[in-house]
Each structure stands twice: as C-alpha cells, then as structure tokens.
Design a protein around this ligand. Structure first.
Ligand code: SF4
Length: 311
C-alpha cells in the first residue's frame, strides 16, 4: 500500500499523560515535536490545556465515555478478523465484554471507573450501552460487504516546512479503482450543521497526511456517528487540503512560540466543565505547575494572540 506505518513509539510524545504519569513524576519535559488532530484540537480549544497535556503531562482521570469509545472501536476493528458472513450484530455485541477485559488488563487503572460499583450494576449498564452503540453501526454500514485495506492505521508524514503530522485512522477503504475512503467512528452524536466544519477538521488532517504519503487525495472522508446514527461525508479537493496545511502551519508556529516563551493562555469556554485541570488553571483560581522548559523572552509581544486569530 505504501503507507508510512513507522511504529508509534513516539506517538505518545504529543499525547496526554497517562494517569499517574507526568513530568513531575521524574519524566523529562520535552518541547512538542509533532502535531496530531487531537492535540491540534486541544490548542485551538485552549492553549493552556495543550500545555498541561503535552508539556506538563498532567495526569487525567479516566472517563467512562472515552473508555466506552475505546471498547467500541476495538470491537469494530476486530470484527473484520472474522469471515464476512460472521460479522453480525450478535457476534459484535458478544465481543464487547471481552474487549473491555482486554483493555482493563492493559490499563488496570481503568478499574477505578467502577470502584464504587460493588453490585456491578453500573458496569452492566455501561457494557449494555457499548453493545447498543456497536449494534447501531449495522444500521449505518454493512461490514459483510466491506474489506478494509487498513484498520487503526498509524500514519505519519513530514511536510516540506518540517512540520511532522501523525495520527491513527480508524479505517481505510480502497476501491478497485484505487479511490481511497477514510472512515472514522464516533461514539457521540453528530454535530449540528454549523459545527460540522470542526468535526471535519480531523478528517481533513488525515486526508492531508494520506495525500502527502501516497500522492493521491482521498476521494471521500466519512464520519460514522454511532451515538445518533448519522453518517457525515465530505469529498475533499486539493485546495481544501492546502488550506488545512496552511492552518496547521499557523497553529504550529503559535505552539512553538508559546513553547519558547512559556506564554500559554487559558481560553475559558463551556468545555472547561470537562477539563481535569481546573485546580491548575488561573481561570478557576489555580496555579499552573512551574514551567518545565527553558523560557526565552518573546520580542514579538502579542504575536501569539495575533496568530491565534488566524488559526
Ligand atoms: S479549565 Fe478551561 S481555561 Fe482552564 S485549562 Fe482547562 S480548558 Fe483551559
């Protein structure tokens, strides 16, 4: 296929710290070296959140919703190991408890999600919700008629500018004609139309990486929303992807400037309600940890905010 599947040992460098990890635990803080869709989204949401996740690597509590998403993704990926005729809703539902057990064995800290659930009722409800999400997938796509070219594909590329982009694509389908479709599963609900552009940003990011790796613009980007039973598609063009590249370069410049100066501004929004770092956030009366990287004074005062207006 010609994909870059350089293994992801460095992929965690731009990811959030695992619970219990963090530079305060002795790990050496390093400047960010690459951009993934999630971390780009973090910086656009709130630069200080990006700092907490990427540079300080502050621990975060496991989330039941995110963990359920991981279980559902694992089932949708592994179901394709079975022959087409066996990819049924019954088979897929039956895989959910095993996928949870496997994840728990890999990440024992997730047990804390159900630590106060002695009777197991919450776990049973949570597993049933995951099974319902898996089952809904069959009303949106027919896995007996699909043979993905790639599943959970790690992609990485370096743009001419030197910016390294990386990420994981849930599924890549390649038609006999060679046309590529990139598919991403979401366990939440589809966004309202006015927010669709934000949802497509991640997909255009992947499309740009695939274009740079293979020299072919993906024919279709497809977001499958299991929470609401919607499918959002978009057929990108080269101009779209050049626009995404410019946006990512501006974003990366802003991240590098903040990294050098240590000037990571909080940007409070409704999403703060889901942020694990309020205790360290000045917007909530907290104090950030001592900045672990060397600071170089900015002589371009206000430049970060100016750039952020463009990204
Ligand atoms: S609480 Fe809000 S403003 Fe503060 S770091 Fe988190 S997302 Fe940013």
């Amino acid at each position: 296929m010609g994909w870059s599947t350089e293994k992801a040992e460095s992929a965690a460098q731009d990811g959030p710290g695992e619970p219990g990890a963090g530079v305060q635990g002795g790990e050496q803080a390093r400047p960010p070296v690459a951009l993934s869709p999630s971390r780009a989204g973090d910086f656009m949401q709130c630069p200080l959140l990006y700092r907490f996740r990427v540079i300080d690597k502050l621990p975060e509590k496991p989330s039941a919703a995110a963990t359920r998403g991981t279980v559902v993704h694992a089932v949708l990926e592994r179901l394709f190991d079975a022959p087409a005729a066996e990819r049924t809703p019954t088979e897929a539902r039956a895989m959910v408890p095993g996928a949870w057990e496997k994840l728990l064995a890999e990440r024992p800290e997730l047990a804390e999600l159900f630590a106060d659930d002695a009777g197991g009722e919450r776990l049973a409800t949570w597993l049933a919700e995951a099974e319902a999400l898996v089952e809904r997938w069959f009303s949106l796509e027919d896995p007996t008629r699909l043979e993905p070219a790639e599943r959970e594909l790690y992609v990485e590329t370096v743009l001419d500018s030197g910016l390294r982009l990386r990420g994981f694509i849930d599924r890549v389908d390649v038609a006999p004609t060679g046309e590529v479709r990139i598919v991403d599963y979401k366990t939440g609900k589809a966004p309202r139309p006015q927010f669709a552009e934000g949802a497509l940003f991640q997909m255009k990011f992947y499309a740009l990486v695939v274009w740079r790796l293979r020299g072919v613009v993906p024919r279709r980007l497809q977001l499958v929303y299991l929470g609401s039973g919607d499918v959002l598609t978009y057929d990108p063009g080269e101009a779209d992807l050049r626009g995404v590249e410019r946006k990512l370069l501006a974003l990366w410049e802003a991240i590098q400037l903040a990294t050098r100066t240590g000037d990571w501004r909080p940007r409070p929004t409704k999403l703060c309600g889901w942020c694990d770092h309020q205790a360290h956030c000045p917007e909530f009366g907290g104090t950030p940890p001592v900045y672990p990287l060397q600071v170089r004074p900015a002589d371009e005062g206000g430049e970060q905010q100016g750039r952020m207006g463009q990204v």
